[in-house]
Write a protein that binds this ligand. Structure first.
Ligand code: TNX
Length: 509
């Protein structure tokens, strides 16, 4: 009855909803063995022992643990013989690969091993979930700080685990993007796709076409204020992301979604007349002028400048919803443009429509449809392309949760927490199996989203689900396990100030 539910029983064997074990980590680890008798207690005397090459992760860990504990947590060389969290490179089980880690939490100390700094960083994200939620507080909390005991051996299913932020429909300032980077990093996302241009606004400084940003950046959806990143600000964002082991993939959408550019530079239109700026949320009406040499001079300038400030391997060349470009023109366009990325040392990604232009096998098309047979997609997989999977009916964070969600859209359906979690990227499109999947992405389109709070309400709690799909073995995942583990994340989000959607599908504490 109700009373039995409402009255907590002190005799109950079940731990309180907020108490954590290594088996509770999101994304669920490949192997985790809890040992409740082996918890490690952080004290004012605890040190961080940093092996060779682990200094940056050690400093990051210290910054993570210091605010709430108030402990000094000095970073010392590997030899110091004090109770410690030890970070070690190159001593891990070979199975952990490039991004995995091994974690041992015992009474006497914590040992985190990996083959790379990226692996250590992902291990730190697991480690932080083994502390009480108050560890996420930005101010000192007086309490005991134990790290749940046990061992973990962990590595990702896919190397490409991405989140997209649309800064074109609404602009988000660098500090807001940095906050989003911190949000996604804790779930082992390693790529941030920035959607930098669209019909409603252009968001990155291009020195050879300066008015793109200063004029084309002024607008945003629904007439809201725009904005843009200078190249210096963009570089700083890229560096911040890198400090969280996240690679930025910048997108310039083309040959459609280009109204902001074509409203700014008349010569980007076939008739040489600038189109009026638009801030409505229609899609599919704009197209660059495919037969004009000016178009390719423009695209090459943009690609050259963007490549120069982007250390990652990939540029995203858009390609979606080019409803105002004929199929022949679409093909012509990418046959000229894909080699430009190569000329400036970059590989390409693009929305999955680019498969129609038969891009090189190194290209990673991003699948955004809703699963089922697709001959062009299957043919590309047969040619060797690997896909980034972001099916709109599962992975789109801008879809409403249910009919009453105040924000978002619903053209791909309503996407509740279970819909976002309960799918397998290797089982969506015939012929696109495990070997043809590069990874997954959770896109966040922002037509209806204006503030950081809006972003967080749509991303949480769905984003951790997409992250788990990208990281954890399919065979280790289940909705029942996930919903229980997800519930235990809520108190962490409260500490972090994330106003998440309290889905009725999850028994929140
Ligand atoms: C479709 S799916 C788009 C975007 C919109 C989004 C809104 C895709 C590649 N393009 O232009 O922002 O729907 O949900």
């Amino acid at each position: 009855g109700l009373a039995a539910v409402a009255v907590p029983s002190s005799a109950s064997a079940a731990p309180p909803a907020t108490e954590r074990q290594v088996t509770d980590i999101v994304p669920v680890p490949v192997e985790a063995k809890a040992d409740p008798s082996a918890s490690f207690r952080l004290t004012p005397g605890t040190v961080i022992r940093a092996g060779r090459g682990t200094g940056d992760v050690a400093a990051y860990l210290r910054e993570l643990l210091k605010p709430a504990t108030g402990y000094p947590l000095p970073v010392l060389p590997a030899s110091a013989g004090l109770p410690a969290i030890s970070l070690e490179l190159g001593k891990a089980d070979p199975r952990v690969g490039d991004e995995g880690y091994q974690l041992t939490v015992a009474k006497s100390g914590v040992r985190l091993r990996a083959n790379t700094a990226a692996g250590l960083f992902e291990g730190v994200q697991s480690l932080r979930q083994l502390l009480p939620s108050e560890i996420e507080s930005k101010t000192v909390r007086q309490r005991s700080w134990t790290i749940a005991g046990g061992t973990v051996l962990d590595y990702p299913r896919f190397g490409y685990r991405s989140a997209m932020l649309d800064v074109a429909r609404h602009f988000f300032a660098p500090d807001q993007v940095k906050q989003y980077i911190d949000r996604i990093a804790q779930y082992k996302i390693n790529t941030l796709h920035l959607h930098l241009s669209d019909d409603q606004g252009w968001r990155i400084e291009i020195k050879s076409w300066p008015r793109l940003a200063t004029e084309g950046g002024k607008t945003a959806a629904y007439g809201d204020p725009g904005g843009y990143y200078t190249q210096a600000q963009y570089r700083d964002l890229v560096a911040y992301a890198a400090s969280r082991h996240i690679t930025v993939v910048p997108e310039i959408d083309m040959p459609g979604h280009t109204n902001a550019a074509q409203a700014t530079y008349a010569e980007l239109n076939c008739d040489g007349v600038a189109v009026p700026p638009r801030t409505d949320i229609e899609v599919g009406y704009s197209s660059l002028c495919i037969g004009s040499p000016t178009t390719y001079r423009f695209v090459e300038d943009v690609i050259r400048e963007l490549a120069a400030i982007t250390p990652g391997k990939y540029l995203h060349l858009g390609g979606d919803e080019a409803h105002s470009t004929s199929d022949a023109d679409y093909r012509t366009f990418y046959e000229q443009v894909a080699p430009l990325a190569a000329k400036y040392g970059k590989l390409i990604t693009g929305w999955h429509e680019i498969v129609k232009s038969e891009p090189p096998a190194s290209a990673i098309p991003q699948y955004w449809d809703q699963g089922g047979p697709d001959a062009d997609v299957t043919a590309a997989a047969e040619r060797g392309n690997k896909f980034l999977m972001s099916p709109s009916n599962h992975a789109y964070l801008d879809m409403k949760y249910d009919a009453s969600t105040p924000l978002g859209q619903d053209w791909a359906g309503l996407v509740e927490v279970r819909d976002a979690y309960d799918w397998d990227p290797a089982d969506l499109v015939p012929g696109v199996g495990e070997q043809s999947v590069a990874g997954v992405e959770a896109p966040l389109w922002t037509e209806t989203l204006r503030t950081a709070d809006d972003l967080e309400y749509m991303a949480f709690p769905r984003l951790p689900g997409i992250a788990e799909i990208g990281w954890s073995p399919q065979a280790s995942r289940s909705w029942d396990s996930y919903r229980a583990r997800l519930a235990k994340q809520a108190t962490r989000w409260e500490q972090q100030g994330i106003g998440f959607y309290r889905s009725p599908q999850v028994d929140w504490p």
